[in-house]
Design a binder for this molecule. Structure first.
Ligand SMILES: [Zn+2]
Length: 190
């Protein structure tokens, strides 16, 4: 897969837009241990529907949706959904999957689709059910070779990448299963 792209670059499929979102942002998300989120949208060009992602924002407290999607997309764009990352590997969280809040939030939105890019380099897609109040949506694996956190034991580590933070000395880290997430660094995934 070619190098990272820029927000606003157009792709032929919504999956490609999500893949390039992950390609562009997952290493930054892992290095900063911050969740990043972009809207995914479509535009029509000469009768063809093309897809892109907006510039990612850090997910803090509430949500990236503080700014409505239509302020962040080109004129005439249609909202498809969103994509977000889950930061760095953390043994205390099941962050290689959608959180319940991710799915509930999508069910309660106008999104057609939601994507998450996880620490082990997986890109997952959530499609809400038609009748959102009664049925569960569908989760699919789109891709497993996103940039990943080498510290995640389930990471395939096949993607050449820089260490997330060269100044971090991982040998100082206490045994993962005995440590709690440091206060103020890690919060519940949303
Ligand atoms: Zn999430």
């Amino acid at each position: 897969m070619p190098s990272p792209t820029r927000p606003g670059d157009l792709f032929k499929t919504v999956h490609d837009a999500a893949k390039y979102f992950g390609r562009t942002y997952n290493l930054t998300s892992i290095a900063k241990n911050k969740e990043l989120s972009s809207y995914i949208y479509s535009v029509k060009k000469k009768g063809e529907t093309l897809y892109s992602y907006t510039k990612a924002k850090e997910v803090d407290g509430n949500n990236v949706k503080n700014t409505p999607w239509y302020y962040q997309t080109p004129r005439g764009a249609s909202l498809e959904g969103d994509a977000h990352t889950h930061g760095a590997y953390d043994p205390n969280y099941l962050n290689n999957q959608f959180s319940p809040d991710d799915m509930i939030g999508t069910d309660n939105s106008d999104f057609k689709v939601a994507f998450v890019v996880t620490p082990n380099g997986t890109l997952l897609k959530y499609t809400p059910a038609e009748s959102r109040e009664h049925d569960e949506g569908r989760i699919e694996v789109v891709n497993t070779d996103m940039p990943s956190d080498p510290k995640d034991p389930t990471s395939k580590k096949t993607v050449p990448q820089e260490p997330p933070d060269a100044s971090t000395d991982s040998s100082k880290t206490p045994h993962p299963t005995q440590s709690k997430p440091p206060e103020g660094i890690r919060r519940k995934l949303d």
